[in-house]
Structure formats: structure tokens, C-alpha cells
Write a protein that binds this ligand. Structure first.
Ligand SMILES: Nc1ncnc2c1ncn2[C@@H]1O[C@H](COP(=O)(O)OP(=O)(O)OP(=O)(O)O)[C@@H](O)[C@H]1O
Ligand SMILES: [Mg+2]
Length: 365
């Protein structure tokens, strides 16, 4: 009875290879829902731009299918898709002023002049550049150019806006500012944003949904909180946020052994005595006395990071533990580390995302 809305974009087993080489995308499948902010996150060369180019229609899949609102669009050319792209280098026309840059797409579509004027004005207002129509591109700062590039894309009223590392050229402060502005803009416009970055903090701060990529595959998808709290494997745990990752043995449900000791945990569904990896985030470790601690460690180094101290310790099995604490430790001292069962996150080797999701869901029963 319920009217289930089709995803605005779907990839089904999409492969991309160049010249019979190893594919740069390997059977990638995902759904993009309308009106959300998505981020493709992964290191250089993992295939982020390749995915964007296929959504935009600049490149065709070697195998597999791409759907727009349920219709196959593999061979639909870029200019027939309701998609606009903000390229990494902005690709503005340097010899045109701000107005002409933003109006360009509308002129090609033979939009009436008066309508163009109204739309450009509105687009400039949205990116907070009202009144900048006559400025030359060379007279704008990096952050302003970036906003012109966004205005040039949104003026065409796309259903989907693709943004390929649009903030990478900006200084830290401006970048943080633009993160807020982009997120706000997306919420105001209510259109789908697909944003590319290799910066995990940026992805966590901005997205409704993150796709973590590695080597032509999506390794995990989910909300920022899901991915941060429950990374599927070593790669994701290491890539997203800072992590302590040590080898362990899952003795039985809710009991894991690492650093030579057994600990209560919330994880279930592994084989008895299955070798696993264990993650504890640095902010979940508390400094305490040796007697009160679950682990005995020696403090090796300590750095002041502004909000917290970053303390590096080693346990008796030579595992390294990084701790983020507002308390100071003393280098060279032996201390205790405390943590809760919920702070332990156990990861299996070679678990698929479907198996992983099913296992996590079973915990709630
Ligand atoms: N036209 C092409 N011909 C051959 N190989 C290509 C071509 N375009 C991209 N590649 C290769 O495909 C892989 C994925 O490239 P892609 O541009 O998608 O990476 P990316 O994730 O966007 O990386 P970055 O963060 O550096 O922009 C890379 O190994 C790249 O060398
Ligand atoms: Mg790229």
C-alpha cells in the first residue's frame, strides 16, 4: 500500500576498466535517495571521480547498469541528465565575469534574458555573493570562486549536484566555513548532493550517508555515526578517525581476549576462539591507577593537542594504545587504562557488508 519511492540514482554491479586493464571499479552497487547529502570517501585513485563521471554521463560503464529514478541511463548523454557538476578546479571561464559564468548554461538552453537575470541573482543570493555580478573571476578569492562554481551549477536547478573535492584548495578556516555553508545550502535547496573527499573529518561532519571506497570497491556505507562506531574492518577503522587496533581472540559471545587478558564485550555471532581484530577509540580510554585499570601500560609520549592530550602508551604485550584525555599523564610512568564493554568493537576478518549488517542487527534481539 505504501508508495515506496525509487532511488534517484542506482548503480548495479557497475564495472569500469580502461584498456583491458584491472578494473578501476569492481562491481559497484549502491542506491542514492533523493534530497540527502552523500559523500564518497576514499584515498587517491580509489575511483571517486570515476563514479561521479558516470553519474554525470561523461563516462560509460564497461559492465553493469546505472538507473535514474528507475530508468536505465547507461547511454543517456550528459546534457540530457538532470545532474550538474562542480569540478575540483572549479573550471570557471576566466575571461567572463561572475554573471556570465553563472548564466552560461541557461543561455545555451535559450532561456529568456529576463529569466536568466532573475535566476542568476537568486543563485548568487544562495551562495552569499549578492551584488558580485560584474566582478572578474581573477578579482575573486579562492573561496568566492568556489561559490561561483556552485552558483553556476545550482542555477540550472539540477536534481543532483556532484561536487568533486570542491574544498581541497581552501585554507583550513575557510574550508570549515564552506563545509557549514554547503551543508546549509543542501538543506535549503533540498536536492541531492554527492560530495567527494578524501578527508574523513569533512565526510563525518557533512554527510547523511557515507560510502567508504577502497581500490574500486565500496567497503562500507552508512551514516557517519554508524561508520565511526562500527567500522566493518581494519581499513575503515584506520581510515575513519584515530583507532587503536589490536589482534584478539573471540573466546565466545560477549567475551574477547586481547593484550593477554579476557574482557566482557557486546559483540556476538563469531565462531568460538575465532581470531579477530579489536578496536578501541582513543577518546574511550580513561587514565587511571594500575589497580583500577583493565590494562597496565607504560606512558611513552605525550602531546598537547589543544582540546586534549594525546598520550601514547604500550601494554605488557607491546601493543600500542593512544589515549585522548583532558588529564595529563607522566612520561615513563606505569598507569592503568579503563574502558567499558561497549567501547570494545570487535571486527572479523573478511566479513562482507551484508554479513556484518545482519550480525549487528541480531544484537538487538
Ligand atoms: N582515462 C583514464 N585512463 C586510464 N586510467 C584512468 C583514467 N581515468 C582514471 N584512471 C584510473 O582510474 C583509477 C581511479 O581514478 P579516479 O580518478 O576515479 O580516482 P579518485 O578516487 O578520484 O582519486 P583522487 O582522489 O586522486 O582524485 C586511478 O587508478 C586512475 O589512474
Ligand atoms: Mg578524483
Amino acid at each position: 500500500m505504501e508508495n515506496v519511492k525509487k532511488p534517484i540514482i542506482s548503480f548495479r554491479n557497475v564495472v569500469k576498466s580502461y584498456d583491458d586493464d584491472v578494473p578501476v571499479l569492481k562491481k559497484v552497487s549502491f542506491d542514492i535517495e533523493e534530497g540527502k547529502f552523500y559523500t564518497l570517501l576514499g584515498p587517491s585513485g580509489c575511483g571517486k571521480t570515476t563514479i561521479l563521471r558516470m553519474i554525470a554521463g561523461f563516462s560509460e560503464p564497461t559492465a553493469g547498469d546505472i538507473y535514474f529514478e528507475g530508468k536505465r541511463i547507461n547511454n543517456v548523454p550528459a546534457n540530457k541528465r538532470q545532474v550538474n557538476t562542480v569540478f575540483q578546479d572549479y573550471a570557471l571561464f576566466p575571461h567572463m565575469n561572475v554573471f556570465e559564468n553563472i548564466a552560461f548554461g541557461l543561455k545555451i538552453k535559450k532561456t529568456p534574458k529576463e529569466e536568466i537575470a532573475v535566476k542568476v541573482k537568486e543563485a548568487l543570493r544562495l551562495v552569499q555573493l549578492a551584488g558580485y555580478e560584474k566582478r572578474g573571476i581573477s578579482e575573486m578569492s579562492g573561496g568566492q570562486r568556489q561559490r561561483v562554481a556552485i552558483a553556476r551549477a545550482i542555477v540550472n536547478e539540477p536534481k543532483i549536484l556532484l561536487l568533486d573535492e570542491p574544498l581541497s584548495a581552501l585554507d583550513h578556516k575557510l574550508r570549515l566555513n564552506m563545509q557549514y555553508e554547503l551543508r546549509e545550502l543542501q538543506q535549503r535547496l533540498g536536492i541531492t548532493f554527492i560530495f567527494v573527499t578524501h578527508d574523513q573529518e569533512e565526510a563525518l561532519a557533512m554527510s547523511d550517508e557515507i560510502f567508504v571506497l577502497n581500490n574500486g570497491n565500496i567497503v562500507q556505507s552508512g551514516t557517519p555515526v554508524d561508520i565511526y562506531d562500527e567500522p566493518i574492518n581494519h581499513y575503515v577503522a584506520d581510515f575513519i578517525g584515530e583507532s587503536n587496533i589490536v589482534d584478539g581472540i573471540m573466546i565466545k559471545d560477549n567475551l574477547v581476549k586481547f593484550a593477554g587478558k579476557e574482557f566482557k564485550c557486546v559483540d556476538e555471532g563469531m565462531r568460538p576462539n575465532e581470531p579477530v581484530e579489536v578496536v578501541i577509540r582513543p577518546e574511550d580510554l580513561d587514565l587511571t591507577s594500575i589497580e583500577a585499570g583493565k590494562l597496565k601500560v607504560k606512558v611513552e609520549t605525550q602531546l598537547f593537542r589543544g582540546v586534549h592530550y594525546e598520550i601514547v602508551c604500550h601494554d605488557e604485550m607491546e601493543n600500542e594504545w593512544i589515549v585522548h584525555s583532558t588529564k595529563k599523564a607522566q612520561v615513563g610512568r606505569e598507569i592503568g587504562l579503563d574502558f567499558d564493554p561497549e567501547d570494545i568493537h570487535v571486527m572479523r576478518f573478511n566479513e562482507s557488508e551484508a554479513e556484518f549488517d545482519a550480525r549487528l542487527e541480531s544484537y538487538d534481539d
